[in-house]
Design a protein around this ligand. Structure first.
Ligand code: PGA
Length: 257
């Protein structure tokens, strides 16, 4: 079976006013006629306020738009929250769920992440489910235990390679400039694949994209994206500037060429 088509997704977090759409124009220009992008799926997850406008500005390009979080319910008295059908209605085709900043700053548990992934699927959105250990957990050699637990508890039923992506993001690597060794990334990705086979069956599990996230930069993208079992990247800081994001995408191109 061939390896899944890689995905490079940018998570803008709480960054970006309307002027940031200029970066989308620069991305489009940098991707040219799309041939460079045809071997890879590319997505930007802007703040919810920009989804509608960004969805318009990517029309006719290889770029997809995703949300960064959704509520588990489709509608209701949840002031300030945004539902999966609303994201879809605004032009998103995917949503990140269970990002470590949601888990740590908003107290989201695995059960919440699972409920959000269910809501995403029900709205026709691809769920990008984030998992990863903290620095303390890695020090205590608990990384694989944490990964196994988060996967088992966060993954909804009915997972397919089309509706679900896993992002392995060590919490201590996010926004810090630190990354695990290439061997450590490879080990965790192998372990996730084995667990996915147990949870979803081999034919689905072998096609699910497992992204690495945490301080992916133009300088380290080629070596990280070349690791066997890494099917792309979830990029935070370096996705805010088109030039850097394009460099990461082309690092992948070099690897698959
Ligand atoms: P970073 O963030 O690339 O800025 O480390 C990654 C993420 O939080 O998805």
């Amino acid at each position: 079976m061939s390896a899944p088509k890689p995905l490079i997704a940018g998570n803008w977090k709480m960054n970006g006013l309307g002027a940031a759409l200029a970066e989308i124009e620069a991305l489009r220009a940098g991707l040219g006629d799309g041939t460079a992008a045809s071997a890879v799926d590319i997505m930007i997850c802007p703040p919810a306020t920009l989804i509608g406008a960004m969805a318009k500005s990517v029309e006719g390009s290889p770029l997809a738009v995703g949300g960064q979080d959704c509520h588990a319910k489709a509608s209701g008295a949840f002031t300030g929250d945004i539902s999966a059908p609303m994201l879809a209605d605004s032009g998103a085709s995917a949503v990140i769920v269970g990002h470590s900043e949601r888990r740590s700053l908003h107290g989201e548990r695995d059960s919440d992440v699972k409920a959000k992934a269910v809501a995403a699927h029900a709205a026709g959105l691809q769920a990008i489910i984030c998992i990863g250990e903290t620095a303390g957990e890695r020090r205590l050699d608990l990384t694989l235990d944490v990964i196994a637990r988060q996967l088992a508890r966060s993954l909804p039923g009915g997972v397919t390679a089309a509706n679900t992506v896993i992002a392995y993001e060590p919490v201590w690597a996010i926004g810090t400039g630190l990354t695990p060794t290439l061997a450590d990334i490879a080990e965790v990705h192998r372990f996730i694949r084995v667990k996915l086979i147990e949870l979803c069956g081999e034919s689905v599990a072998l096609q699910i994209r497992i992204l690495y996230g945490g301080s992916v930069k133009p300088e380290n993208a080629a070596e990280i994206l070349t690791i066997e079992g890494v099917d792309g990247a979830l990029v935070g800081g370096a996705s805010l500037v088109a030039r850097d994001f394009l460099a990461i995408i082309s690092a992948l191109g070099k690897h698959s060429a």
